[in-house]
Ligand binder design. Structure first.
Ligand code: ADP
Ligand code: MG
Length: 510
């Protein structure tokens, strides 16, 4: 008995400049199943989906739908063969009603009222079949994110989708909305639809998929039946077991805490995110924070660097309270106190894309005397500073006048790190120090972190790369679902132990 294959890809490749976003991706999705695609941020998931939906054209390789080779030139080609997609960012028109949004661009008649009448009957039938219960006549702008997402799914079904592609659908949902989405996805499968469910959260994969494909750095690294794998195995596959680098470290006997979080709770964008966090970063140590992305690491960085308030507890820096439910110290003051911050999301908070590299080289420090006098920027001082950073970090191309956006991610990161190191900070808080950075620069950045550590500074590093943490940390704390499940001394830390803890297993906690 052979099962029909809804979608198959063979050696799909897609590059953006030097980045191989998809490097020979092959997968096969049986009809009537929920197929998970899992991988860290930047692994290439969205790129793959966009090729399946005709949004990008592959550089090479093949997409087959029900066994027939396709050459999509636009999403309408994909829709014509029954593929629908719900994007990470919704594409609904806010002032229009749900009904209007669904028929927008799909109605056959030029008379909107006729079209609406016909659409309503068809939509009610679909609602009944899959249990949607959407307010068809409400303007989209009045609806919650969860309801909007259901509207997008209904829209795809209305257009005849047999296969639905959901790109990180739970990233924007509350836990309650996630439960509803899971119910809808099972309904869809039970009624014979095929669902591609993309996420970087392992428990979601375990909960609702039949099969799962793991993608790492643009490559398919494994395909499993969900029933035959585990969160632990998937965590290891996602992160990869690579060689551990060793950087020379001086012995450290210090016991003074530069940074201390005491019983901290904090709210994320979708409810309680950090639950009773206690941690210390000592003088002369690198504390690594490991975890699958989305388990509170981002919020942790934000509360430490003055970007997000705490609800309970306090944060102390060199003995002074810098955040409590009553007050939060702003990022500029924190910088003046000696806290440097290399932001996790470079484009959101680390650089300003519309400005030149030179301006970015002093970003956050532009009010300091060195760079401004009586409200005017000291352009010569800034130019000299930027030129110095370009030399010391080997930033290429060697032209600070270019807009920062024209530099590769790695070169942007080198500049940001030079900027933050230049302040001789006593505490350095770093998110994803080498994401998107070329191998040569990775070693250099690691050496700089180790040098800072050997000079007695305190460093907190959040990284999705376990090898990185194993190479530079003195201790590694593991986060899962907003909690620190345990902390390991570097001598005791192994990929396997960390992988288990990343999946929420407290048994290994030291
Ligand atoms: P994921 O969805 O798994 O987080 P993506 O497919 O979005 O990953 O990205 C994979 C890689 O391709 C990343 O390094 C990303 O920076 C790069 N990339 C994705 N889209 C573009 C684009 N339009 N232009 C340049 N680089 C891109
Ligand atoms: Mg994505």
């Amino acid at each position: 008995m052979s099962q029909t294959i809804a979608i198959e890809t063979r050696d799909l490749c897609k590059s953006f400049g030097d980045v191989k976003a998809n490097d020979h991706i092959s997968l096969s999705v049986p009809a009537g199943t929920v197929h998970g695609i899992v991988g860290e941020n930047g692994a290439g998931k969205s790129t793959l989906l966009k090729m399946l939906f005709g949004f990008y054209h592959p550089d090479s390789g093949e997409v087959l739908v029900s066994g027939v080779s396709q050459s999509f030139t636009s999403p309408s080609d994909a829709m014509a063969v029954g593929i629908g997609m719900v994007h990470q960012h919704f594409m609904l028109v806010e002032p229009f009603t749900v009904l209007e949004n669904i028929i927008l661009g799909a109605e056959g008649s030029s008379k909107l009222d006729d079209a609406k009448g016909m659409a309503r009957a068809k939509l009610l039938a679909l609602e009944e079949q899959f249990g949607f219960n959407l307010p068809l006549d409400e303007p989209v702008e009045t609806l919650s994110v969860g309801v909007r997402q259901r509207a997008e799914i209904l829209k795809a079904l209305y257009r005849g989708a047999e296969t639905l592609i959901l790109d990180e659908p739970t990233a924007v949902l509350t836990p309650q909305e996630c439960v509803q989405l899971f119910e809808l996805v099972s309904q869809l499968r039970d009624q014979g639809k095929t669902v591609l469910f993309v996420t970087h959260k392992l428990h979601e994969i375990m909960a609702i998929t039949d099969n799962v494909t793991v993608i790492r750095a643009g490559k398919t690294v494994a395909e499993r039946k969900t029933a035959e794998t585990s969160s632990e195995e998937l965590a290891e596959l996602m992160v990869g077991a690579k060689v551990v680098r060793a950087t020379a470290r001086d012995a450290n006997e210090a016991t003074t805490a530069r940074l201390a979080l005491e019983n901290v709770k904090a709210t994320g964008d979708h409810g309680l995110m950090l639950k009773d966090i206690n941690l210390q970063v000592l003088e002369g140590e690198v504390l690594g924070i490991a975890g699958v992305a989305g388990n509170g690491q981002t919020e942790l960085l934000e509360i430490i660097t003055g970007l997000r308030p705490v609800d309970v507890g306090k944060i102390c820096f060199d003995g002074e309270t810098i955040s409590s439910p009553q007050e939060m110290t702003d990022p500029i003051t924190l910088r003046r106190m000696g806290m440097a911050h290399v932001a996790e999301d470079r484009l959101k908070t680390g650089v300003v894309e519309s400005m030149s590299a030179r301006e970015n080289a002093i970003l956050g420090y532009q009010r300091e005397q060195e760079f401004s006098r009586k409200g005017l920027l000291r352009l010569k001082a800034i130019a000299e500073k930027a030129a110095g950073y370009f030399e010391s970090q080997d930033v290429r191309p060697r032209n600070p006048d270019l807009p920062i956006a024209s530099f590769s991610g790695g070169n942007q990161q080198k500049l940001v790190i030079a900027r933050e190191l230049a302040q001789d900070p006593s505490l350095m808080v770093i998110g994803q120090p080498t994401r998107g950075v070329d191998i040569g620069a990775v070693t250099k950045i690691h050496d700089q972190i180790t040098a800072l550590r050997n000079a007695g500074k305190a460093i907190l590093v959040v990284s999705a790369d376990l090898d990185e943490l194993l190479a530079i940390s003195d201790r590694i704390a593991v986060m899962c679902e907003g909690e620190i499940v345990g902390t390991l001394n570097i001598e005791d830390a192994t990929e396997t132990k960390l992988g288990l803890m990343m999946a929420g297993n407290k048994g290994e906690a030291a």
